[in-house]
Design a protein around this ligand. Structure first.
Ligand SMILES: [Fe+2]
Length: 142
């Protein structure tokens, strides 16, 4: 069974982003289990819905952070998010229409996308966030 395992190289050291990624990985694994199960279609459809909803929330959280720090690479990063969301929504529509999917290809695609996106785009974002003041007001010193 395809499984996405968390590995230490995926740590961005940003708590918000890492927490979201762990949850995304859990949701991916639920989807992979559903893909493998005999009565998969209904479970797969539910797992896809959960994955799409959480992916959207996660991307919105990252994008809000990009806006807060006026992140220079925001456009390219957001474009990657938009493309993936479009692809998983399409995949879900195909499943709902009763289409057959190539399960190993889809699971490899999703796992590779997430791993590569974390290792490149999200690492850079986490690095930029570390060098910016937080949105908390500064304490009054007197
Ligand atoms: Fe991202």
């Amino acid at each position: 069974m395809a499984q996405f395992s968390w590995t230490d190289d995926l740590h961005t050291r940003n708590e918000l982003i890492d927490g979201d990624h762990r949850k995304l990985i859990d949701l991916l694994n639920v989807l992979f289990e559903a893909m493998d199960s005999a009565q998969g279609n209904q479970r797969m459809s539910k797992a896809m819905n959960d994955l799409i909803a959480y992916t959207g929330e996660h991307f919105a959280r990252e994008e809000a952070e990009m806006e807060r720090i006026e992140y220079v690479a925001a456009l390219a990063h957001k474009a990657e998010h938009a493309k993936l969301l479009e692809q998983i929504v399409e995949l879900k529509a195909m499943l709902d229409a009763g289409g057959r999917i190539n399960i190993p290809a889809v699971s490899d695609f999703l796992s590779e996308w997430l791993r590569n996106h974390i290792l490149a785009a999200d690492m850079k974002l986490a690095g930029a966030l570390k060098h910016q003041p937080s949105s908390e007001p500064l304490p009054q010193l007197h």
